[in-house]
Design a protein around this ligand. Structure first.
Ligand code: PRX
Length: 647
């Protein structure tokens, strides 16, 4: 059987999956032949997880923007590529056809060239959710520069760390941005960051909200003036630079269980092939569909399923600048109604938050255009799943629960909309080519948990989720520190990629992700490393020591609970807590602010000085009856004191 690009039945899924496991190179080679290559590849895959070395489509050359733009501008030039909805309901929307997007990307690529940017240079992008953000990303890709997008909610210090780690040469930002009724001073925050960044030579600034900013002579210039010059020269096209399949496409920083965030590096060809394949299959995309992914492009979901996945499929991708609750909690549904959205892809935290406003707000909204719903970023609880299914999907839209990570580049485990079965709270089955495996802490493979085994277990099994074979869009390295990539993902279990997630597998082979098993929190679908957050809190002069744990939070999924030992007796707790929140906001960003702070006189530690987080987690969850054996602690009395002082 030749492999169908879009899987159309459960039977076909099983057949394609089987083929993809039995002969991955043939499978991915066939899939990859559907793209525009400047030079065909000679070898589909070369790999080992020991180094790790992962090389897909070796010898091939291409440019992802030719696949996202040129080929569609040639065949469907008037199809909208991007539809943009402003934060402000009164402001006119913007629609960019494939031809218009191609032209604007080419013109901005020329601007970057004029600034001396070469293939391989790193560019930091810190922008609001406006079409120019997508244009900036694609223009980098057009000339082979490596983009590093930093989410607009991160602080100056976080930006500086990321710029310095990648030695970015140029920054693209905006004067400011809008989020609901707030204005975000992006350029001012960037200026504060740039004081620490010697590598940055030029800054291009988009005028978005006209807030007062300082423009530094010789370094800063306006986006519109730069583009105007290029237009004056009559430039409408820029030849896409030929990229080797394995040339890096972008860096995206993400938090882990230790130290500072790491720069996850994605490649050009593999990332393109996999995001396209998963976009078309998971969402069962049909030509003409309007796809609305509500993520911010500052996260991997926006990279893969607002920009590269949909555009490489010639789809219409809807970009929304604002937030779901402004001017009221009906905003998403107004957008679905206004643009007749067909595919809606959002996060459980957004669903839970909108659920809390009730269904009255849905009354006058026409959601009948919706065909497929999706969720991503964290486990979805059954209550939220059913609410989404009943009230938004009117029980006729399949919900795809897509499990993946910044490091995986695209969706690894998910049902295919309307094709493979959906089970509330289960991500269900692996995508073709993906070989999940469950392992115990000690590395022992859990029997019957290996997708390629013919036999399924007779009971539900659980373990740590790992993947035993490469896929095209997987992480290649952590920028500037390959050893960190190896130790973080490939050393825990020999010859396996370790995900950091715990997982169940049922007797039908369906996977249910249960959450992180490392010291990473998932707050509103955002990854927060506890070590990074503790470092930030500990840098406050008043703090002696701190320990962070997660606890169940009705809207955010997980909330952040901080136990803090503070200097001196009789502190003003309210003031101290505010100072600590301000410190976190300054060093990381408001997304990492603890939801609860408890001042304590000591932390439960073992005799070797290790903090017993398990106990702190139980207390934060309110489960003080089941703290387990505390007799081995250095000072068991601190536990009692902490329990007594819970507020
Ligand atoms: O714990 C898993 C959770 O989010 C983590 C990855 O976070 P990040 O790299 O920020 O990427 C988020 C968007 C892809 C995973 O290790 N996660 C993601 N999707 C799901 C999920 N947990 C349960 N179900 C999901 N569908």
């Amino acid at each position: 059987m030749s492999i169908p690009y879009q899987i159309k039945s459960l039977e076909q899924y099983h057949e394609v999956y089987k083929q993809s496991i039995e002969n991955p190179e043939k499978f991915w080679g066939d899939i990859a032949s559907n793209f525009r290559w400047k030079k065909p590849f000679d070898q589909v895959l070369d790999w080992n997880f020991a180094e790790p070395k992962i090389e897909w489509f070796k010898g091939g050359q291409l440019n992802i923007t030719e696949n996202c733009l040129d080929r569609w501008a040639e065949t469907q030039s008037d199809t909208p590529a991007l539809i943009w909805e402003s934060n402000d309901v009164q402001e006119a929307n913007r629609v960019l056809t494939y031809q218009e997007l191609l032209t604007q990307v080419c013109q901005f690529a020329q601007v970057l060239k004029n600034k001396g940017i070469q293939k391989g240079d790193r560019i930091c992008i810190y922008m609001p959710m406006v079409p120019e953000l997508a244009i900036a990303i694609l223009a980098c890709a057009r000339i082979g520069a490596i983009h590093s997008v930093v989410f607009g909610g991160f602080s100056a210090q976080s930006i500086a760390d990321r710029i310095n780690d990648a030695s970015c040469k140029l920054v693209i930002t905006a004067d400011g941005g809008y989020r609901g009724n707030k204005e975000i001073p992006l350029k001012n925050v960037m200026d504060e960051a740039l004081v620490q960044c010697d590598s940055v030579q030029k800054v291009i600034v988009l005028a978005r909200n006209n807030m007062p900013i300082s423009m530094l002579k010789g370094r800063d210039s306006w986006w519109h003036e730069e583009v105007h010059q290029v237009i004056e020269q009559g430039i409408t096209f820029f030849e896409a630079v030929a990229m080797d399949a394995e040339d890096p496409l972008f860096i995206l920083y993400t938090s882990g269980s230790t130290g500072k965030p790491k720069g996850v590096v994605h490649s050009s060809a593999g990332y393109m092939v996999y995001t396209n394949y998963t976009f078309i299959n998971v969402f069962q995309y049909q030509a003409g569909d309007i796809h609305f992914c509500t993520a911010d492009i500052g996260w991997i979901t926006g990279h893969s399923y607002i920009v590269y996945g949909p555009l490489s499929a010639g789809a219409t991708s809807l970009m929304f600048e604002g937030i779901p609750t402004w001017p009221d909690a009906g905003r998403f549904w107004d957008i679905v109604d206004k643009y007749k959205v067909n595919i809606l892809y959002t996060a459980p935290t957004a669903i839970r938050s909108l659920m809390s406003f009730g269904t009255e707000i849905l009354r006058d909204k026409d959601l009948s255009s919706l065909k497929v719903l999706g969720t991503v970023g964290e486990p979805i609880n059954e209550e939220a799943w059913h609410w989404y299914h009943t009230n938004i999907g009117k029980e006729k839209c399949p919900i795809v629960d897509t499990w993946w990570q910044t490091e995986t580049g695209g969706i690894l485990i998910s049902n295919l909309a309307g094709i493979t079965p959906q089970i509330p709270s289960y991500a269900t089955l692996p995508m073709p080519g993906i070989q999940p495996i469950l392992v115990q802490e000690n590395g022992q493979v859990i029997e019957g948990s290996d997708a390629s085994l013919a036999t399924l277990p007779s009971e539900i099994v659980s373990g740590n989720l790992a993947i035993k074979f490469p896929w095209p869009s997987m992480i290649r390295t952590t920028y500037g520190d390959h050893e960190r990539c190896r130790t973080t993902y490939f050393s825990m279990y020999k010859n396996l990629y370790f995900t950091g997630d715990g997982c169940l597998r049922d007797t039908e082979g369906n996977y249910r992700i249960t959450g992180r098993v490392d010291d990473v929190l998932n707050v509103s679908g955002h990854r927060i490393g506890t070590a990074e957050l503790e470092n930030a809190i500990n840098s406050h002069t008043g703090v002696i020591e701190s320990a962070i744990v997660g606890y169940p939070h009705e809207i955010k999924g997980q909330g952040i609970y901080a136990y803090i030992i503070y200097h001196g007796e009789g502190i003003d707790k309210k003031n101290a807590a505010q100072d600590i929140q301000a410190t976190v906001t300054r060093l990381i960003g408001a997304i990492a602010k603890p939801d609860k702070i408890q001042f304590v006189s000591g932390l439960p530690k073992t005799r070797s000085g290790k903090i017993m987080r398990r106990i702190l987690r139980k207390i934060a969850e309110g489960d003080t009856e089941n703290l387990g054996d505390i007799s081995t602690l250095l000072d068991p009395s601190v536990v009692e004191e902490i329990v007594q002082n819970v507020e």
